[in-house]
Design a binder for this molecule. Sequence first.
Ligand code: FCB
Length: 479
Amino acid sequence: MNALTTNGASGARRFPEAFLWGAGTSAYQIEGAVNEDGRGRSIWDVFSHTPAKVRTGETGDIACDSYHRVAEDVELLTELGVGAYRFSIAWSRVLPTGRGPVNQAGLDHYRSLVDELRANDIVPVVTLYHWDLPQNLEEDGGWAVRDTAELLAQYASVVAQALGDQVGMWTTLNEPQQSIHQGYRVGTHAPGRQDPGLAAAATHHLLLAHGLALQALRAALPATVPVGIALDPHPFRALGEDAEATVAQLDADHNRVCLDPVLHGAYPTEAQPDLLPPDDLIRAGDMEAISAPLDFLGVNYYRPHYIRRGDWSQLLLGESPVPAHPGFVEYLPPECPRTVMGWLVEPEGLHETLTRLHRETGGLPLYITENGCAAEDYVNPDGEVNDSERVDYIRGHLDAVLRAVEDGVDVAGYFHWSLLDNFEWAWGYRRRFGLYYVDYGTQRRLPKRSAAFYSQVARTGELPALEPAIDGRPLAPVD
Ligand code: FCB
């Protein structure tokens, strides 16, 4: 039996009692204050200040000014009624050059954040590394060199000793596959390298960094404190039998390249050889460190990818080439809604991902560490943000989570991405993912309609049934 019940006539369905509700952010995306209190530069400072790297030319210099608004932002979480807050620590605030002397002011900032959260009964959930490598370390070779992995572990020890008594859960890395792929292979994220050799080396060093940080955290923390990693496996779907082999290849190249080492201690032999780290980078003991048992797996889920045969010289509507796979295209089925990012909205992909990971992890607790959508949010003349797309997105994805729970998957919590609109990397501020709307001119935060909906679910643990459709479109009750 599972812990679910249906709530009689209202048709609402209930999440398990202990389910953890939260919202997430990351340091560079919200903090601003890039030159304050001894913070060192990170690769994102340099990247965002390089012309044409961010579409809008914007930077995280000010962002949501959250560095100066600890109490105000914690108040938003209290208003939402969530039990946990996932945020990341900026390595270069704690160790401005990535190594060496500790910057106490940087640690004090995070200390005040965790204290404020605890004072409001909100569990702090820390990500050690959400893409903002200290620039000095990049200049010494970045993730392409082994030292960086060892330095992440040293940074992990410093943070764990300073905050370990108050932090409820830790994740080592956020989406290492994006650091590898966007950071080193295609160059759309910092540090903007386009070098397959560096990307293959970064693969091993990021995963090793995870393994070494796991050891460092475990050495510094009580055994009861859960430690994990946040990965972003994307479902790839074949449209037609002739796309199945390509889909298996994409799954190995983009998903299993991180999942297999972490869960099973080996790189997938099916991955394209040039994506895998050369053998001489892998030292004795590395794979054991990388695959040390986790307490939980964090899952970031946004969308699936449909793949079919297609002619690159005559692309049809909704098609784009699949790099390195001539004759194959990614396809956006017109019947499937998409967000302003152009990302398909398909909750079933989350259900599928959770079920797969349940199987592959042997039943490890899973937390959805990120899930959410960008929308064309605006403040209407009544001063409200009616983001009904986001309400639908959340409802649909929470329904998928509940179905996974009903199927016996141990899903222990959900963190909505994001608490508030923020600096969406190479998209700048033009993509809004928040439950709270941020007016960047005044830094005023305004709850969107989705905040009310999410808050209702988080407070009651119940997912309300869909209301009858109006104009053929289901409407979500939010009151
Ligand atoms: C994820 C990132 C997060 C945010 C969302 C939209 O890949 O981890 O910082 O940008 O995408």
